[in-house]
Design a protein around this ligand. Sequence first.
Ligand SMILES: [Fe+2]
Length: 357
Amino acid sequence: MMAGTVPVDSLQINILVDNSIEWMTALPPPFLNEVPQQLRNNPPIDEKLTGLPFIDLENYCCGAHGLSFLITTTHGDQRHTILFDAGPESKSIDRNIKALKIDPKAIERIVLSHWHADHSGGILTALQLIREAQEGVSNPLPVDLHPKRPIARGIAPAPSFKPIARLPADPTLEEIKEAGGEPVLNAEGHAICDGQVWVSGEIQRVTDFETGLVGGIEWVDGSWQREPGQLVMDERYAVVDVRGKGLVIFSSCSHAGIVNVLHSASKTFPGRPIHMILGGLHLAGPELAYRIEPTVEAIASYKPDYVVPLHCTGFDAKVKLREALGDKIVPGGVGTGVFIVAVKDDESEENRNTRSG
Ligand SMILES: [Fe+2]
């Protein structure tokens, strides 16, 4: 157990923004796609004709290239809810929070995984929704950020590495303050939510094949630079330790490499099994194809119960993961809910023995 953290009794995850929506594939028990959740949550009814609830497509979630998780944990009678990333722009986070009928009032902190607009672009809108819902609350909302906000980041694809485009600007600290947020700058790992959630510090790079975001560039001193843009050293992951089940790891874009993330999480929480990995694994594109095999092999060696490859993982990597790990690979997407309840540690030992036996 990492100092300052506590294993939680329950963890609910709502994937608020992701690139894909997958309704048709059967999901294992802790996962529920959007439709059954909508049908349980006061759906509009066709009173005039059939008496059945509508699949209310006009007001369901939309996909967008980015990621946002709503994370709710409980320990005893303490309950905490945070937003981990906020998607790429103002529209998807707004639509999807409303579509899933989430009460923004409950969100007590926003945590940004790294300074890229597909994760930071919805922060100001999320803040606006939360502040409106928290009418009468005067304290600003903590927005947990890495202190090194780049001036600009862009793309210079291999093999020429010629800059072709820049990302939209991340929100500034001033804009965050104006929207009712309080920037909380953290370069080091730290526990939040009474120890129920851990946010990492800088991710140590230990593998030789995970060399960052090939083609990433950063504007430094008036010109585009490759190294800071490729390494994205401001990236952080988050961990929730579910009692009797193990670590649930949120790695939004895995520019540091998901194997480096797993190595870091295992070092931080020694001896804890990895229950679930969720996030963008960033293995798309021909220039990263060589990383798929060693990554899949390394993920398998950690024996996770579930992996939910999202966002920037890429089709080929998902196929290879499925081939190697079968049903442990879960096709989550926007609107997927994950409901994890702790078990007693001795029950979990039994479970794990049964599973491996
Ligand atoms: Fe991303």
